[in-house]
Design a protein around this ligand. Sequence first.
Ligand SMILES: [Zn+2]
Length: 249
Amino acid sequence: MVCGRPLARGERFLCCYCEADLPQTGYWLREMQPMAERYNAGIQRMLTTTAPQSGAGLLPEIFQYAAALFFYQDAAEYKRIPQALKYEGRRHLGRFFGRRLGEKLSGSPLFADVDLILPVPLHPWRHFRRGYNQAAVLARAVAGAYRDKSGLPCGAGCPVVREDLLRRSRATRTQTQLSSEEKRKNVAGAFRIDRRACSRLPFTPRHILVVDDVFTSGATLCAIYATLRTVFPPAVRISVATLAFVKEA
Ligand SMILES: [Zn+2]
């Protein structure tokens, strides 16, 4: 996937050299790091612009966790992994690396108590054209890792995945060419919660994990955060996990 060398027996997607050099973030073990800070800053910015003037930005929010498996733009071509997953139909990549992400998260004290996993939804039209949602592929693989670690069935000590709870209420423009301010405007109000799916949850979640492929500005995940907060009280932690993290957004 990265250097283009033929794989040896036992190697999958990465040769042993690229595997050894995979620029892992280690963020699943650290509460304060650039990704979590960008996510929480985005949340604060949103609160101060939408909350009433009095006490703006001082709402009793807990610090939300954020982690990615590897850095997006480190020297070698590791960005090929999310690109191939998203644009080339290579779902098995999502299962493989999503599983790795899930192993890190389920083994971390910060993320061990996640009980509900939500993939970032695609607009139905885009979903139809692509045939799958890459975030959902990752979310299922992450949940699989939790399940195998705990040995427990879903919902009984092991997180459940819900793909119908979050919906895109409108299609958004592709974000790659937009400034961070434009990105925020582009995704604000782009999501809604399916109340029926929400009421069918067999339990009240305490720690939600929203899964996506790449974390850049965090605008999408902050918009989702705001949407989820309309239903879940501040005591419910809303963390995010992605395959890759872009250091310079
Ligand atoms: Zn290689």
